[in-house]
Design a protein around this ligand. Structure first.
Ligand code: SAH
Length: 395
């Protein structure tokens, strides 16, 4: 394990019950909701854009600083509303510049968020749920079980926190976050309303002003919601495929039993139909001896001919208690070459931030599990360990 090079800051959190349960959290209101809120108060709708700018562009979370609102309005907002984001539990910087935050949310749980700086862009990876219900066999979040969906405020609040902390780190207000990927903890399409509302705010010129091409939602393949996403917020789409046939995908991504590959690809085709969005990204985690044979690459190439697509091969990132191993570089390259020779656009994802557990699939947060899955996972690992030690002696 490499050493963390730098622990940036650990702020003490506000106790969870410090928030006033009856206060309306304006952090979670997108433009439409904010306008409705001010009209309800008997105010003009343009108050919405004023307040959105204060909150999201200027990072103000104290009503008394909103000087273009009347004193009376500021006073009444501070009595009945709050501007609240998750609390920061830890903040770590990797050797390669990747920065990871652990954020606590009400319900005694924590989620993770990651910023990945690259030469030409800065990508923020945002969580959508506390844990995940899908239980993909190679994913750390899945092993933690599921607690609850994040609210819109908790999703957009991640972008808010990152934007303002990164401005301090990089000493500039320039657009440090150029891209947002909904690829953190959770399945974003199973928290549809809140995720869509947060993505509207990412795009809103009065909030973060990102173009929809610069926002990517990654899904394990919730077919009906792919259609719904096209209607309400057609951002770039990434699909976690990970296997080129149903038999293997049922094992790796159990959601496949509900929405098999043919249905998923049909939904992907509907998503790109009549739209400027040219292709879907298919993510494929490289698991040694599981899904990385040449035959798999050939099968995958056949599937990829059916949809405007590109493939992103993700070297598996390991975590404690998991049996899979990462495919060797030579196997990954061979796999990539077969796809390439068959006319598939393919890239290999560079692993970033693995020294601080910030790489793809390593986000575990701290999930108070309502499904008891985490407990079962631990018990299962203990059983395997006991069997192993009975056979081979203690490690
Ligand atoms: N639920 C969504 C988004 C979360 S995960 C989805 O399934 O797409 C983001 C990506 O990381 C997914 O492609 C996921 O399958 C992948 N991933 C999960 N665990 C991983 C691991 N241990 N190593 C590499 N990639 C992983």
């Amino acid at each position: 394990m490499q050493e963390k090079i730098h622990q940036i800051a650990v702020t003490t959190q506000t106790p969870v019950d410090a928030s006033c349960p009856s206060a309306i959290n304006l952090m979670g209101l997108d433009r439409a909701a904010m306008e409705a809120f001010f009209v309800d108060l008997g105010e003009k709708p343009f108050r919405a854009t004023q307040v959105l700018k204060w909150i999201h562009q200027l990072g103000v979370n104290d009503f008394s600083e909103m000087t273009n609102l009347s004193k009376q309005l500021r006073q009444s907002l501070s009595e009945s509303c709050e501007i609240r984001v998750p609390d920061i539990v830890s903040d770590e910087l990797s050797k390669d510049g990747t920065r990871k935050w652990l954020l606590s949310v009400p319900g005694k749980s924590a989620i993770e968020m990651v910023f990945i700086p690259e030469e030409s862009r800065g990508t923020l990876c945002v969580s959508s749920q506390v844990g995940c219900t899908l239980n993909c066999s190679f994913c750390a979040t899945g092993k933690q079980g599921y607690n609850r969906d994040l609210t819109t405020a908790e999703i957009i609040g991640q972008v808010w926190i990152a934007k303002h902390l990164l401005a301090a780190q990089y000493q500039t207000d320039d657009r440090i976050i150029s891209n947002v990927v909904m690829m953190g903890m959770g399945e974003p399409l199973l928290n549809f309303e809140n995720v869509v509302s947060a993505m509207h705010m990412m795009q809103d010129d009065f909030c973060f002003g990102l173009s929809k091409r610069r926002i990517t939602l990654s899904t394990a393949g919730v077919v009906p919601k792919i259609d719904a996403l096209k209607e309400s917020c057609p951002v770039s789409l990434a699909v976690s495929l990970h296997a080129p046939n149903d038999e293997l995908r049922n094992e790796l991504v159990p959601l496949n039993k509900k929405y098999p590959i043919a249905d998923l690809l049909a939904a992907c085709n509907r998503y790109v139909e009549d739209s400027a969005r040219s292709r879907i990204t298919f993510e494929y985690v490289m698991l040694q001896g599981v899904n990385d044979e040449l035959a798999h690459a050939h099968q995958l190439a056949v599937l990829m001919k059916q949809v405007p697509s590109k493939v992103n091969l993700i070297p598996f990132n390991t975590f404690e208690g998991i049996d899979y191993t990462r495919s060797s570089n030579s196997r990954i390259n061979r796999f990539r070459d077969v796809l390439h020779e068959n006319g598939v656009i393919v890239t290999v994802r560079k692993t970033r931030g693995d020294d601080i557990g910030a790489a793809c699939g390593q986000l575990a947060g701290d999930v108070m599990d309502r499904t008891r899955r985490a407990e079962k996972f631990k018990q299962q690992q203990n059983k395997i360990y006991t069997k192993f030690t009975q056979k081979f002696g203690k490690m």
